[in-house]
Design a protein. Structure first.
Length: 445
């Protein structure tokens, strides 16, 4: 476990900014990072942001083909994908920094067409940048006394956002390069964080470890446990509330594109099952078909990188939607009825069936294929595939291993004589397991 103080990070940020400038990067240029989470990565990303250079945070487990596709789209001026390259950034000649980040990192989110979309927020002027940081600080209460624990991968937006907010307030941050229950329990014991962000999958694994005999350390110092990334089952939520100090557990609903709600412990108790009301500065509305829209301040707008068509679909005036469905109660609390159409959430990672199908359809011996999810006690959902053709399970697994990152590789393959389709040719993925006569609960493993 690495621990980073605000003072040390400030030095590293200035050096990283200087190194990037020395390599010719300027405002609005992009630097792609494909590395596991670390304190060095955090400092380098912040150093870039505070000079208007935009870090593109990418999953280091991308396959060669996925990596090529994303980098070709993002067109970064620099790619940093080794520990040595990252370390060299932190040896640059120090450069002056803006008081606050001048941009949001660029993350890629998959699309229902199978094409990843870069979420681009551009470079903000200083008043807008300060307003964005102030909003985060006011909502989450970042302070110099904070000790924040990073449990999730830093190529996702929330872990990086919470860690950066802590450092910019003068606190310190500990980073686990990858999650394990043993490492997380040790960090909770030794580092004694006052704040942490995690996905429900992490809470589930910690809960399971306790059931198997592990002992939670004293958590009385925790002021904030924020969770998001997937629905949190009520029994798991209740266990989490019992384990952490009163009032410390917050849930929020958001996406790579932007943030919608924040739900305190008291909010959830009064409106169980909701993801809370609109967070400050936001306004929620729901169409007749259940589509959720969120009105945001000007500094929270985004476009889809090099995709004006998708951008236009996402916005309606100053409100955007990512296609999720839900409903608002009379008090303005949001309840989610479904994520984006056909979206699977496996361990807090978004997996779009279409993206996986596009890859599997090219495998020799596959005539037709559909991807769907089945309930999984550990991951929430596991990715499954049903196909028509002569290919074997082993051939499909080898094909997927070369072309899909781990979370997107199907865990189960089922051969069928034909795929169940509607009269219009569509597959009901949400009912596919039932249509195929499969059990509702997936096997362990």
């Amino acid at each position: 476990m690495e621990v980073l103080s605000a003072a040390r990070s400030e030095v590293e940020q200035r050096r990283a900014a200087g190194a990037l400038a020395g390599l010719g990067l300027r405002t609005a240029d992009r630097v792609a990072f494909l590395l596991p989470g670390s304190t060095q990565l955090l400092s380098a990303a912040l150093g870039a942001l505070r000079t208007g250079v935009v870090p593109v945070m990418l999953d280091p487990s991308l396959t060669r083909i996925e990596r090529h596709q994303v980098l070709d789209d993002a067109s970064p001026a620099l790619v940093v994908d080794t520990a040595d390259a990252l370390a060299s950034l932190l040896r640059g000649t120090p450069k002056d920094l803006a008081d606050v980040p001048l941009a949001r990192p660029m993350h890629y989110t998959s699309g229902t067409t199978g094409r990843r979309k870069g979420v681009w927020s551009g470079v903000l002027d200083e008043p807008a940048a300060k307003a964005l940081l102030a909003e985060e600080r006011e909502l989450w209460g970042f302070q110099a006394e904070d000790r924040h624990l990073v449990l999730s991968a830093m190529h996702h937006s929330a872990p990086l956002r919470f860690a950066a907010g802590t450092l910019l307030a003068g606190g310190e941050v500990a980073v686990l390069p990858r999650f394990s229950t043993d490492a997380a329990l040790a960090a909770l014991t030794d580092f004694r964080p006052t704040s942490l962000f995690c996905a429900p999958a992490h809470l589930q694994r910690l809960s399971a470890a306790v059931d198997e005999g592990a002992v939670l350390p004293d958590l009385s110092q925790v002021r904030l446990l924020a969770h998001a990334g997937a629905p949190c089952p009520a029994p798991l939520k209740q266990r989490t509330l019992e384990a952490f100090p009163d009032g410390s557990v917050w849930e929020f609903y958001g996406s790579t594109e932007g943030q919608f709600t924040a739900c305190s412990t008291a909010d959830w108790a009064a409106h169980p099952g909701s993801v809370g009301p609109a967070r400050p500065g936001r306004e929620l509305s729901v169409d007749a078909d259940g589509t959720i829209w969120c009105r945001v301040p000007s500094y929270a707008r985004f476009t889809y990188w090099r995709d004006p068509g998708k951008t236009a679909q996402a916005w309606r005036g100053d409100a955007f939607s990512v296609g999720d469905l839900g409903r608002l109660d009379e008090d303005g609390y949001l309840y989610l009825d479904g994520r984006r159409e056909d979206l699977l959430l496996s361990g807090g990672v978004n997996v779009y069936p279409m993206e996986v199908e596009v890859v599997l359809a090219d495998c020799p011996g596959v005539a037709d294929v559909a991807v769907f999810g089945r309930p999984d006690e550990r991951w929430g959902q596991r990715v499954c595939a049903v196909y028509v053709g002569s290919a074997t399970d082993e051939e499909l697994r080898d094909w997927a291993t070369e072309r899909l990152s781990p979370a997107k590789r199907p865990k189960e393959y089922h051969r069928a004589e034909a795929l169940p389709r509607s009269v219009t040719g569509k597959i009901r993925r949400t009912a596919l397991a039932l249509d195929l006569g499969l059990d509702a609960v997936s096997p362990p493993g």
